[in-house]
Design a protein around this ligand. Structure first.
Ligand code: SF4
Length: 357
């Protein structure tokens, strides 16, 4: 039997085609879109302006199973992490981050959600808990978008800034990611502006070029963590496949296609990549592509030996970038006390399930 399409995975054009096949007028497709994305019902029976017969036909034709919220971890700075159970018993997580008054002012209503794109991850970046369990599967576009709807429902607020920095390498899930981008940024969908959507990647060069050609003006962040191959390869196994020069060539291509500035993420790890020579090389590279740099002192991961550098070393590193004219921020990672680095809540939950079974 063919797999049923999920109602949260179809674009408006696909909806129109499906409804045509059902012998239904276009306005019925728009009514269903409205129930799915604006009124946000959680069952087809909740779509009360549809005739009962059509609701039965929709149940036959489409899937509408939704992830279940199983756990929330909050923290003192009000960053919250949510864990959702998927239809196959797997877990996925996302993190809701309110604006820091220090960065955005007391009155900012910026609400960021960090979403996951895969269950587990195959890329094995050495600082990341997701890499410890390996890759399980891609998330569907419905599972990606459902994280946003569920987080908004729990928080009672609208997310206005979205980052793909949770579990998984989003660019390794290209078909579902590009579909999700359309569902998230369209007016008939979730309606978050493309400029408020950031895709973070470990550096998959061919997909960076593909994303550069995508018509929406989305933002891109690169998990860099080393300015030379020697240093980066110690942290990012993906660097063996696409080395730093090749990566920056793709970023120059991105620059030629998009208006938004790029962001380079750089986790500072004591004795591994916090040498000040790395800062000088990074400054040159960042200037060449007009990128801003986010410096993040390392957040300890259970089971990994690395340490966070001293605050003064972090500041020295930042100062070198800034005096070279690069926009560089040094931030204390939000959610530090709830282990907000990607994959960690899921890791705890699966260990617990493992202990119980
Ligand atoms: S940082 Fe991202 S790409 Fe790297 S292992 Fe973790 S989830 Fe995968």
């Amino acid at each position: 039997m063919a797999t049923k399409h999920h109602l949260r995975s179809l674009t408006r054009d696909e909806f129109l085609a499906e409804f045509k096949e059902l012998g239904q007028p276009a306005y019925r497709a728009d009514q269903v879109l409205d129930w799915v994305w604006k009124k946000r019902v959680d069952s087809i029976d909740g779509m009360t302006n549809l005739p009962a017969k059509l609701r039965e036909a929709l149940k036959e034709k489409f899937d509408f199973t939704l992830p279940i919220h199983t756990r929330t971890q909050g923290s003192v700075d009000t960053t919250r992490k949510f864990l959702f159970k998927l239809h196959d018993g797997r877990f996925v997580e996302c993190v809701l981050i309110p604006a820091s008054p220090a960065l955005y002012g007391e009155k900012s209503d910026r609400l960021t959600l960090c979403v996951s794109s895969q269950v587990g991850c195959a890329f094995g970046c050495k600082f990341c808990a997701s890499g410890l369990l390996g890759f399980t599967r891609n998330l569907s576009a419905a599972e990606i978008t459902s994280q946003i709807l569920l987080a908004e429902e729990i928080a009672g607020a609208r997310v206005n800034n979205l980052v793909f920095m949770g579990m998984g390498e989003p660019l390794a899930n290209w078909p579902n990611l590009s579909k999700a981008i359309e569902l998230i940024t369209s007016d008939w969908g979730i309606g978050i502006g493309a400029r408020h959507l950031t895709i973070s990647t470990s550096g998959l060069v061919p997909q960076i070029r593909k994303l550069a050609d995508h018509p929406r003006q989305i933002r891109l962040a690169i998990s860099l963590h080393g300015a030379t191959d020697e240093v980066r390869s110690q942290i990012m196994p993906v660097n063996e496949r696409w080395q730093v020069d090749e990566l920056f060539e793709a970023l120059r291509y991105w620059n030629s296609r998009k208006k938004q500035h790029l962001t380079l993420e750089y986790i500072l790890i004591e004795g591994i990549n916090d040498d000040l020579e790395q800062a000088r090389i990074l400054a040159k590279r960042a200037k060449g592509i007009r990128a801003k740099v986010n410096l993040i002192p390392y957040n300890k991961v259970e089971g990994l030996p690395w340490k966070r550098p001293s605050d003064s070393r972090c500041r020295q590193f930042r100062d070198i970038l800034q005096s070279a004219g690069v926009s560089a921020t040094l931030r204390l990672e939000k959610g530090h006390d709830i282990e907000a680095a990607c994959g960690q809540l899921r890791l705890q939950e699966e260990n617990k399930v493992g202990e119980l079974s």
